[in-house]
Ligand binder design. Structure first.
Ligand code: IMP
Length: 436
């Protein structure tokens, strides 16, 4: 298998970080291909909780080399802060262990200011972005006025970044937001350039060589399928290609890398989203609080990047089927099954209803889900605490039946089930299937 892609099958926050960490035990490379520090990937190892926004989660394993592909938008300040946090946790990342594409785009404070000002101007119609400057940085990329990592080393870089900030100031003024001083930003980025230089690489070339040498490349998607710029719930999406196909353009890999690729879809045992946009199976009131938690635990449903409470609901099988198709998912990892313990019944959305017709596919994608009403299958819950379970055979029968119902609906096998945030709170699915 040339590459294994770990992709979110929902609206992000599926728990990809800990699944990447599991597969990273046998990988040599861990690569990110999209997004920036809007992501929040958590890996819990004993007392240590790593919250990574930009650096691939796989680097927590000592032999893994992290790669940041050309598809990313990189805020150097976040990058260095994160490297420092990891260094304090005794995870040193010398240039041999972190490679950054020369063609990735830079996020500057101007992008962050624009992101916030545009959101404010949208008022009630805001998208609920993370405010990290992601949209404006990808806008500059698409309009061919972005600054790439390689540009940091050209003689006129300070002038170019100064011009970019001055240009952003014109828009900020129109939006009645405070202007930025270009000089200190240019100066800060000049210093970033010196620190970044040893890490800059041709990620495409290095990964190609690695694959030819038979190394395993683990690819880590950020956000989720339903936040993809093309295939998500547009316009309530992020600005990058979050789906497995983004791997090729975001890392500079040829189509042959996709041949026999393993695509693991990570899906939470229920559904969550942060920010605005459609959510057919959304819950409110006490049921929502029950699934979300109160925020007293780090793994409760509050944003890793923004701290915002996440919207929660029942698992949406129609959207899962859509994600499986769009990504070519060939196995699933179901996370947070333990959170459902104690519920009398669990609802699983198996289809949508529209004008008296039942359907399991989306004729025009998920952008407008308002005409649909979810159709639920009700399953019996279980009362047992799952957090100590490590073997499939030790899961309560009704927990197994819920996983089996997901498998039947999805048409692909579930390989892993998480029962808590800790690295070892994972169950590898095995053995004969329970009968319903
Ligand atoms: P942006 O990526 O900051 O532009 O935000 C666009 C939308 O994607 C907003 O609804 C965000 O809440 C959402 N979003 C961005 N990154 C993540 C993530 O890592 N997890 C979940 N939602 C995200």
């Amino acid at each position: 298998m040339p590459i294994r892609v770990i992709v979110g099958a929902q609206w992000g926050d599926e728990g990809k970080g800990r699944i990447v960490d599991w597969f990273a035990a046998t990988a040599r490379y861990s690569a990110r291909y999209n997004g920036g520090d809007n992501a929040g990937h958590t890996v819990t190892v004993g007392q240590r909780i790593f919250k990574l926004h930009l650096i691939p989660s796989g680097v927590i394993r000592p032999k893994v080399i992290g790669m940041l592909g050309n598809g990313l938008v990189i805020n150097p300040r976040t990058l260095f802060d994160e490297m420092e946090t990891l260094r304090k946790a005794e995870i040193a990342l010398p240039p041999e262990r972190l490679r950054i594409s020369y063609a990735a785009h830079l996020i500057t404070p101007a992008h962050q200011a624009l992101d916030k000002a545009i959101e404010t101007a949208r008022g009630k119609g805001s998208l609920g972005t993370t405010g990290r400057g992601i949209g404006p940085a990808y806008t500059d990329k698409a309009t061919r006025q972005g600054l790439r990592v390689a540009d940091m080393f050209s003689g006129d870089f300070c002038e170019r970044i100064g011009d970019a900030v001055a240009e952003a100031n014109r828009t900020l003024k129109m939006l009645e937001a405070a202007a930025l001083d270009p000089a200190p930003i240019a100066d800060e980025y000049r210093r970033f350039a010196e620190r970044l230089k040893p890490y800059v690489a041709d990620v495409s070339l290095e990964l190609d060589a690695a694959m030819k040498a038979g190394e395993t490349v683990l690819v880590e998607g950020a956000q989720g399928t339903l936040l993809d710029i093309d295939f998500g719930t547009y316009p309530f999406v992020t600005s990058s290609s979050t789906t497995a196909a983004g791997t090729l353009t975001g890392l500079g890999l040829g189509l042959d890398a996709a041949k026999d690729a393993g695509v693991v879809g990570v899906v939470k045992a229920f559904q969550t989203r942060v920010g605005s946009g459609p959510f057919p199976t959304e819950l409110s009131g006490d049921q929502a609080v029950r699934l979300r938690g109160t925020g007293s635990n780090p793994w409760d449903e509050f944003g890793t990047t923004t701290g915002r409470p996440r919207r929660v609901g029942w698992l949406d099988g129609v959207l899962l089927l859509y994600s499986i198709r769009i990504n070519g998912i060939n196995e699933l990892a179901v996370t947070k099954l333990d959170v459902l313990s104690g519920l009398e019944t669990i609802k699983l959305c198996t289809a949508y209803k529209r004008d008296g017709k039942t359907l399991t596919d989306l004729p025009f994608g998920p952008a407008d889900l308002s005409p649909y009403e979810p159709v639920y299958e009700e399953l019996r819950g279980w009362s047992e605490d799952l957090t100590q379970v490590r073997k499939w055979k030790d899961l309560p029968i009704f927990a197994k039946l819920y996983i089996q119902a997901i498998e039947e609906l999805a048409g692909v096998p579930v390989r892993l089930v998480s029962v808590g945030p800790e690295r070892d709170q994972l169950v590898e699915k095995e053995g004969p299937e329970p009968r319903r």
